[in-house]
Design a binder for this molecule. Sequence first.
Ligand SMILES: [Fe+2]
Length: 299
Amino acid sequence: MNTSPSRLVEYGAVIDSNVMVRPPDVTELELEPGHPGEHDVEYVERRKALFALTRRHRLEGLGPPLVAYTPEETRIWRAVSPQLDALHRKYACSMYLAAKDELAITQTEIPQLRTLSARLERETNMHLVPAEGALPYRTFYEYIANRGFPVTQFIRHGSHPEFTPEPDMIHDCLGHVPPLMNPDYAELLTLIGKAAATTPHGDQVLALKRFSWFSIEFGLIEERSETKVFGAGILSSTGEIPHSLFSKDATRRPFVTDTVIATDYDPSQMQKDFFIAPSFTFLRRELEALVRRFGIPVL
Ligand SMILES: [Fe+2]
């Protein structure tokens, strides 16, 4: 089994070697072979219960359910979040750190998505959609286009707290949620959703996915002459944070849109290409220009 912590991948659709794969609408919990929890009966039952609960809330538009987390789930949160927080304080961008504090995401209690969603709604008119697992890409983008970010409500298996083969609450709450407090970031994300959900052209969806991958998931940003982290896939991995900033096995280049949308990526490995954006406003403008160039009628 690949236990690289970098397999904290994007949420939603999957791109495999430039071929677009549309995950079907999965109606029951499926753990991939080799999943750390696949033989743990209690874990599988818990995941099935959360799958059914969050799927129903999503399909019925009820918003995130309040979840009573178990002592084991809280233990895992308390094992992972302080390690990440120590790295965040040193290497995350200032916008992320301020948002994490404003959202009162602590290292001791698993946050309730319902509370986070209400706060986001007041701040940037974004909200959280409970997601039972990976969604078909168009469904995922349609939620984003409507200012809803699909977020999981389950926690990884406790045998490997630093690793999950699928995005879980630690990835989503400590990676994706805090930046949604920033207006430019919120508009950037919403526009990715609108454009990807609207265009019928696969090559344009692929370009938008790469733009998203190298910003929303694995983006770096320039801040007072320093390179800082804001991508969710980096922020939720104790391995990717130092790797993205310091590894000799990775390149760090300025964010040039034409280069970014021509660069492939492999979600199953530690990333080897990183792009540094000068600001969130820059990213938003670059995306608007790309969407205009593609002729997607969403602006
Ligand atoms: Fe993600």
